[in-house]
Design a protein around this ligand. Structure first.
Ligand code: M6R
Length: 374
């Protein structure tokens, strides 16, 4: 078999370089699962183990460049932006490096402050998102260095970047991003640990956590199906969390709204009392993302405030509490790694609610896998 690429107008042959993706046919099929989304959620332990296989020199060089840059801006959309928010937190926590995260569709309005002293990091599963590409092109014009975290090999974003780290999660077919998100987190862990010369430690710890992620998958299925049945007819969900868990709350809410067409908001738990608590009434589902980390007590107290107004509180935590109407148990892990385990029940709950509502999670209304238009 041969393939020829021709110029549509002139009919002339165009020479194209052939690159191997390293993706297998099995990765692009449902492999016996009802939906790609479920298959991709369940694949995450092995996807994580592939994400840690990186060129250590490249990761270290990029980490040092990030540390040295005067200004660092991360730009992304949707789920990739929530991964970026976690990256920002990790850079700050581990390496005391401040950076900003700018939504790609808003990036052009901040471009005036970009110059050759700025390092722009773009995060994208597809590497083809129009908003991301436009911002990156503009930043390049202004002299910024471009680093990217991408899944699709040789995508437009990868080609335009000065340095690229690939997610190695294989093709992600479901519109709702799951394994790409988790692998984006892994890359941010690698970069932030590399900034403080602890890359080897990160690789070992994440390898171990990939097995804990498998336990979370194995142990929570039935419970999550039950919660999905109980809550599937509600019109509004609120996801609350503080610090690093705010980004997790936002990602959990995005998953639910994308595939089940339920209104869902992820918000910092502390912001509830500044407005949103007015919307909490009898039976309103509130997902409290409160692992036993530095945010536990304050998030719990916000969850109790919603319960006092009638909320149906679903606690995602390693410790049960009387405030929870339902408890989704996650295992205790080192504080900084909680996002890798809390995300699993959030993805599965969204999936089971969508299925319980008769939706096809792989084909969400009005959405495309790669948003290549502005
Ligand atoms: O390919 P990208 O990571 O650039 O895509 C960004 C968003 O369009 C994407 O994450 C979207 O929010 C997903 N459908 C979320 O599940």
């Amino acid at each position: 078999m041969s393939i020829e690429v021709l110029n549509l107008k002139t009919g002339q042959k165009i020479e194209k370089e052939i690159k191997e993706l390293g993706w297998s046919v099995e990765q692009a099929t449902k492999g016996g699962y009802g939906h790609f989304m479920l298959k991709e959620i369940l694949e995450q332990p092995s996807a994580i183990r592939r994400a840690i296989v990186q060129d250590k020199n490249l990761v270290t060089d990029m980490a040092l460049d990030i540390l040295r840059a005067k200004n660092v801006v991360i730009t992304a959309c949707g789920t990739s932006r929530y991964a970026a928010l976690i990256g920002r937190y990790l850079f700050s926590k581990l390496a005391k490096k401040f950076c900003d995260v700018v939504m790609a569709s808003e990036f052009q309005y901040f471009a005036d402050s970009i110059d050759k002293n700025t390092l722009v990091m773009a995060v994208s599963q597809s590497g083809e998102t129009a908003d991301v590409m436009e911002g990156v092109k503009k930043a390049k014009e202004y002299g910024a260095k471009i680093f990217s975290i991408v899944n699709v090999v040789d995508s437009s974003l990868a080609r335009i970047s000065d340095n690229v780290i690939y997610l190695n999660c294989g093709p992600e077919i479901a519109v709702a991003s799951t394994k790409a998100f988790v692998n984006q987190l892994v890359i941010f862990y690698l970069l932030s640990f590399a900034m403080v010369n602890r890359l080897g430690e990160a690789i070992e710890k994440i390898r171990k956590i990939s097995h804990v992620v498998q336990d979370v998958i194995d142990e929570n299925g039935n419970k999550l199906k039950e919660i999905a049945e109980k809550t599937k007819d509600r019109n509004d969900f609120y996801y609350i969390g503080r610090g690093i868990n705010f980004a997790m709350a936002s990602e959990g809410a995005l998953k639910l709204k994308e595939i089940s067409c339920i209104h869902a908001e992820g918000m910092p738990a502390g912001e509830l009392k500044h407005g949103t608590i007015a919307l909490i009434g009898s039976g309103t589902p509130v997902l409290a993302i409160c692992p036993k980390d530095y945010t536990f007590h304050e998030t719990l107290s916000n969850a109790i405030e919603t319960k006092a107004r009638g909320a149906f509180v679903i606690g995602v935590s390693d410790e049960n509490n009387d405030a929870f109407d339902e408890w989704i148990k996650i295992p205790e892990v080192e504080e900084i790694f909680y996002p890798l385990v809390t995300i699993i029940p959030l993805q599965l709950l969204a999936y089971y609610i969508a299925v319980a509502r008769g939706k096809n999670p792989d084909k969400p209304r009005n959405l495309a896998k790669a948003v290549t238009v502005k």
